[in-house]
Design a protein. Structure first.
Length: 161
């Protein structure tokens, strides 16, 4: 893989450093931005359906990666700041393998004994919606990242609590 130097303003670098090591893969984030810029620049004046499909696939990969990163960060924060012992232990055992696409969030709700999407019991209601007045279920990539982040914390503390 090729290397290159990138210059960023001092304030931006300070904010990046403040997040700490390992929380964000800056190289991966930059690669996605470069890929987006390349695709945007390469677009022909009259795109073919193949061009549209290629662009949308790249957009899907980028969006899923961003959702997963956001979910991982939120899962870590939830585990460190809000989770009870019982909830964190339960979440760390959720198995999403083999779930139908679009239903990872429902698997989590069901593992907590909740009715999926019910504001009175859904695991995701407070985490994603707050006072928005409606329920928008999280994407599968977000849920997978959330579980990854929360499980990462659980794995570090499990034998100490």
């Amino acid at each position: 893989m090729a290397k290159m130097n990138i210059y960023v303003p001092d304030g931006l670098k300070a904010e990046m450093d403040a997040l700490g090591d390992g929380r964000v893969n800056w190289s991966s984030e930059a690669q996605r931005s470069f890929e987006t810029a390349i695709q945007r620049t390469k677009w022909p004046k009259e795109p073919t359906m193949e061009d549209v499909i290629e662009r949308l696939r790249a957009s899907k990969v980028s969006d899923e990666s961003a959702q997963r990163s956001e979910g991982t960060e939120h899962g870590r924060k939830w585990a460190m700041l809000r989770a009870s012992y019982r909830d964190l232990k339960r979440l760390a055992t959720v198995d999403l393998h083999g779930y139908p696409e679009g239903s990872a969030w429902e698997i989590v709700d069901l593992s907590f004994g909740a009715t999926p999407g019910d504001p009175e019991s859904s695991f995701w209601w407070d985490l994603r919606n707050g006072d928005l007045g409606g329920f928008e279920p999280p994407d599968d990539a977000y849920v997978e990242g959330f579980l990854e982040g929360a499980t990462e914390v659980w794995d570090k503390v499990e034998n100490q609590v």
